[in-house]
Design a protein around this ligand. Sequence first.
Ligand code: AMP
Ligand code: MG
Length: 404
Amino acid sequence: MLSVADAQRLVLEKARPLPAVVVELGADALGLILAEDVASDLDMPPYDKALMDGFSVRSADLSSGQKTLRIIEEVTAGQTPRLPVGQGEATRIMTGAPLPSGADAVVQSERTRLLSDKRVAIEQESVRPELNIVRRGREMQRGQVVLAAGTRLRPQELGILATVGRTFVRAYPPPRVAVVSTGDELVDASQQPGPGQIRNGNGPMLLAQARRAGGTPVARGIAHDTRESLRTLIKQGLRENVLVLSGGVSAGKLDLVPEVLHDLGVQPHFHKIEMKPGKPVFFGSRGDTLVFGLPGNPVSALVCFELFVRPAIRRLRNETSPMAAVVSAVLGADFTYRTDRPTYYPARLTQDRDGRWQVAPVSWSGSGDLLPLTRANALMIVPAGEHRYFAGNHMDALPLETTD
Ligand code: AMP
Ligand code: MG
């Protein structure tokens, strides 16, 4: 049987970054990866700029002992100075305003005393040239590449794009991820289940996982365990970049998903992985659409999404490291467990004051038991075998809540 690592490699091989598109600068651009180099269209600051509220002066005036200057003008941010600062003169200036010619320093207000509308006493001992000013082009220069292709657009990058006048940029779009739940027993969350029925918990869960992984979720509802019903929803889902199904991939009589996918031209890449929970997981593709058939048990679905679908979505977005990083954590208490397959065990991961990871498995009864996951934020990876681990042992754990 295929290992998780080999299966993940296969998924990443099939997942190619989506063609870049033009996106408008705004909240929707947040988190996308830039597909072009962006150059500045101006010098920044665009003029010699005051860094403090105060008086722009000629530093030479003050070194020669002159302590009282004549105020010739006042310049606030957004205005431009009209008068050059001559000997014995000062211009009152606000933070961000352009420095008048002749001046080469700004003395902050707190170090001055206003004698009248027209006169100011400078109380700062030594005023060196360049004090409290930043020269034109100091931060960036016109034509300079300020953001390189491959950069993730965080708030500060959006700020820079606006600064250089880019309201549209080329970036890799979020993949559209269709989610289809399958099973005759399923009813919508809004319904009261009848005999033999359960609510569709996986649908909202997988849609949320798709969004958190950086996809655009597309809810496609519930398919019955019939070829016709599956065909209809699968065909719709195949129009998206990624199709995620839950249920119907095991060996049961009504597990028709792989067969219907095959009939619709989906090429299978794997079906069954050496792991627990989630062994029957299916992965295939048709054209550029990636298709994941996750087992119906909620924890299996959640774990398989994190291990296989999330990296695929991140690769489609052209993220540089699509795989979540596994951390090595110290086990908080003894843990005895026997398993025939590598197991992704729901666990609580915390960092102590020195930054060391600590892990504690939560009480959990298997792949159908989703509630303990509400107390978990990680999966502790337990190799196959019969184990008796002790507090203080190191365990690998996969965080479920990475935010980058
Ligand atoms: P299956 O993989 O279709 O054999 O389903 C395995 C188990 O998961 C069964 O007990 C199903 O009732 C349950 N299950 C399947 N789909 C869902 C779903 N969307 N929400 C919650 N449980 C589900
Ligand atoms: Mg089923």
